[in-house]
Design a protein around this ligand. Structure first.
Ligand code: CO
Length: 150
């Protein structure tokens, strides 16, 4: 009985932080046909091992006209990623293939579609400003927000 109790205690101790933070280690972000995200700021807890973003395109327009993705990078890298993404064009979902400055990204969605992406929180540094944005041509000016690690 004693070893079992010890095991339970160990399991409980290890599982509790993960269980307690489960609900806050993910977020749903929606984009619509007016070129906006419904979220301007995302807080990621250091307690999370991975953080998951669920992107929903709640509009009706097709991907070719109103595509939305969710791309994460440092604030400093965002303009360069967006510029190179424009050059990469629609065939590459407006992201340069193999761009290592991108920390996480969903695929490009059309109206009614959704996608999720999970990334290790260990890739983020406290105190570094991060941005999420849509790389579709012309969208990142309005479709962006900040992500911070707490
Ligand atoms: Co977009």
């Amino acid at each position: 009985m004693k070893p079992v109790l010890l095991l339970l205690l160990l399991l409980g101790g290890a599982a509790m932080p993960a269980a307690a933070s489960t609900s806050t280690c993910e977020i749903t972000v929606s984009g619509d046909d007016t070129m906006r995200f419904d979220t301007r700021r995302i807080e990621v807890s250091r307690q999370c091992e991975t953080f998951t973003v669920h992107l929903r395109h709640t509009g009706r327009m097709p991907k070719i006209a109103m595509g939305h993705n969710w791309v994460l990078s440092t604030a400093a890298d965002m303009p360069g990623i967006a510029a190179d993404g424009l050059a990469a064009g629609v065939a590459n979902d407006y992201l340069k293939p193999g761009d290592t400055r991108i920390i996480a990204r969903t695929r490009m969605l059309g109206g009614g579609e959704s996608d999720s992406v999970a990334f290790p929180v260990s890739r983020l540094q406290s105190g570094t400003p991060y941005r999420f944005f849509c790389s579709f041509t012309g969208h990142f000016a309005t479709m962006q927000g900040m992500l911070i690690v707490l």
